[in-house]
Design a protein around this ligand. Structure first.
Ligand SMILES: O=C(O)C(=O)C[C@H](O)C(=O)CO
Ligand SMILES: [Zn+2]
Length: 287
């Protein structure tokens, strides 16, 4: 597991492009037959990618957690951005299709990942944070009929924002949040830009009480997203390619403009789970 320490906004002002990327950018998340994990000291979030092809991959705590098993003191959200896959949790198999997700509560011991078809492997993206209580493990589907152990994203948690005139027409689909899927602190969802729109989270915001991680995907090879970070009056950018993630500390804005439409997953952890607890930044105040 790779470790990233927390950094001060005063230091970040002096970072080169290379140093910014070293601290905040997460690359190579989806390597065939591998589990890649990055542990950030910021709210102790672990961001990971799991790409089983022929093999079944087991999630292990590793030395860093000093735990008997990965979710001994943690909870986890997983969203599949690849082909159909399976997650087996303590012997129970969950079928997780493209853009379906799981919340896995603290205490789940044996967790493994597999793809249905090696020719179209699953790509499981995960965020895991410390937990103090076990909430139910559930499969989460953006659409469909609710059934035992399956949560369908509620209509009010699919929020259309922006407009084509401002190049920021997008839909935020909230998967894990209070009132839908209970968790100790994790919130996760997916935002899809409409064709012709390229700006996410603009006007932008910070939220001192939560940190956030973004995973950008559905980006063609020759395209990119400029991810904007930093204090609102000290902005910096990171060029993001397909299936790369970026850590956003609480003091940082997190927004992006792409060379075309794209999709991204956001995950948050921290002091509260109030999605709307944000400090909006007026476009006129950005520097
Ligand atoms: O497009 C957006 O706006 C977002 O998706 C915003 C993120 O969800 C976010 O930053 C939540 O704090
Ligand atoms: Zn945010």
């Amino acid at each position: 597991m790779e470790l990233r320490t927390a950094v001060s906004p005063r230091d970040v002002k002096n970072y080169t492009t290379e140093r910014l990327r070293e601290e905040f950018l997460i690359q190579n998340l989806f390597m065939p037959e591998e589990i890649k994990l990055v542990y950030s000291h910021i709210d102790r979030i672990i961001t990971g990618g799991v790409m089983p092809v022929e093999q079944t991959l087991e999630l292990k705590a590793g030395e860093e957690l000093r735990a008997e098993y990965f979710l001994q003191r943690r909870e986890m959200g997983v969203i599949n951005i690849g082909g159909a896959g399976e997650i087996t949790i303590d012997g129970k198999v969950y079928e997780v299709a493209h853009k379906e997700a799981m919340y896995i509560g603290m205490g789940a011991r044996d967790i493994s990942f597999a793809s249905r078809e090696a020719s179209c492997p699953a790509k499981f993206y995960l965020n895991s944070v410390p937990a103090h209580h076990t909430y139910p493990t559930v499969l989460i589907k953006p659409e469909g009929e609710p059934e035992e152990g399956v949560v369908i994203v509620k209509k009010e948690n699919k929020v259309e924002l922006g407009c084509l005139e401002q190049s920021n027409h997008r839909t935020i689909c909230k998967y894990i949040l209070p009132g839908q899927v209970e968790s100790c602190q994790l919130e996760m969802g997916m935002t899809k830009l409409e064709p012709g729109s390229v700006w996410n989270t603009m006007p932008c915001h910070t939220h001192d009480r939560r940190m956030e991680v973004y995973l950008y995907f559905d980006i063609p090879e020759d395209a990119f997203v400029m991810h904007y970070m930093g204090e609102p009056t000290e902005t910096r950018h990171i060029v993001m390619r397909n299936e790369e993630a970026v850590i956003s500390p609480s003091w940082s804005i997190h927004a992006g403009s792409g060379s075309q439409a794209y999709t991204f997953i956001w995950g948050m952890a921290g002091e509260n789970q109030d999605f709307d607890d944000m400090d909006g930044v007026d476009n006129r105040d950005l520097r």
